[in-house]
Ligand binder design. Structure first.
Ligand code: NDP
Length: 295
């Protein structure tokens, strides 16, 4: 290298190393709050990084993953509807991603781009702050992507039984077929019509449908069989509004409630630790989200 050029580099405005790059891909992705919480934690960790939110159409998923690799991104998040579609273009999968069949987080490891699923792990963290899930009897309402990730992680961590109630009962069966052979958990499934009596046998009840999202007045017609105050945990995946109609009815029935912000923050925090090797600042992430949500 020419000596003059070396000197010029040393005096250049942009000193190295370059900031790490991350992104979230989805469609639609406008309104996705991930960038806000990631930027908040990167700032508070003094970690030099940029986080972008990118609309990627289904036709461009392969190109987007190629781009992430070519530009040397340090990691990425994947949101609906691409959590399954990205899989063939990645260099490998973690156990959670393989069993749940969905990727929400891409980790760069020794130059390879590995798909993980931190949704279920984030949910698990939010529950295990209260009580371990091992041995629990669980009811999950819903069988979409979020439910799939949650059920996988609950089963991997020793939930005794999981009942899945979903409008489209075949989707519940798909989850059972995929996860069942790898775990000791007992599974049952049933059709869900929106009117439901929640049995006293459940230690944990998870609302994992999209019903109630951006719509505080909407929910299901639920009856909660009596159970000792605080002995039942009720968790919602919906995070906006934070206090959903489901959580309000659970609280009235004496359940300990867990809102969807817990899962959102912890799945993000797990991703940050994968990417940076450092602990994320969960408090700054939650505050950034609470300030952003207007509903
Ligand atoms: P999917 O589209 O994959 O699944 C939607 C689920 O909701 C399905 O089980 C679907 O039933 C059910 N559903 C939708 N409308 C109705 C209805 N009117 N009555 C009964 N059931 C209904 O979405 P995701 O699983 O990806 O997302 C679900 C929710 O979870 C969203 O609100 C999303 O924002 C939230 N989420 C939260 C996260 C967090 O960190 N807190 C992380 C990921 C998602 P069917 O199968 O019959 O269509």
């Amino acid at each position: 290298m020419n000596k003059n050029y070396e000197l010029l580099c040393q005096e250049a405005v942009m000193h190295g190393p370059l900031e790490s790059l991350f992104c979230c891909i989805g469609d639609p992705v406008i309104g996705n709050p991930t960038q806000l919480m990631m930027e908040a934690t990167f700032r508070s960790m003094l970690f030099p990084a940029r986080y972008l939110t990118c609309t990627v159409t289904s036709a461009n998923v392969e190109h987007a993953i190629d781009g992430i690799k070519a530009l040397g991104f340090s990691g990425a998040n994947v949101t609906a509807p691409h959590k399954v579609a990205v899989i063939p273009f990645l260099d490998g999968l973690t156990e959670s991603a393989r069993l749940s069949g969905a990727v929400n987080c891409i980790i760069k490891q020794e130059g390879k781009y590995i798909g993980d699923n931190t949704d279920g792990k984030g949910f698990l963290t939010s529950i295990e702050l209260i009580r371990p899930v091992a041995g629990m009897h669980v009811l999950v309402i819903g069988a979409g992507g979020a439910a799939r990730a949650i059920i996988t992680e609950l089963a991997l961590h020793g939930a005794s039984s999981i009942a899945i109630a979903n409008r489209t009962v075949e989707k519940a069966q798909d989850i059972i077929d995929r996860v069942g052979p790898h775990v000791k958990t007992t599974f049952t499934k049933e059709a869900f019509t929106g009117t439901y009596t929640i049995g006293a046998q459940y230690d944990l009840v998870v609302q994992a449908t999209s019903v109630g999202l951006f719509d505080p007045g909407t929910g299901f017609d639920l009856v909660w069989e009596p159970k000792e105050e605080g002995s039942r945990i009720a968790a919602d995946v919906v995070f906006n509004p934070v206090h959903t109609q489901f959580l309000a009815s659970a609280e009235k029935a004496g359940a300990t409630i867990v809102d969807g912000l817990g899962m959102l923050v912890f799945q993000g925090a797990i991703a940050v630790t994968h990417w940076t090797g450092k602990e994320a600042n969960c408090e700054s992430m939650r505050t950034a989200l609470e300030e952003a949500f207007t509903i």
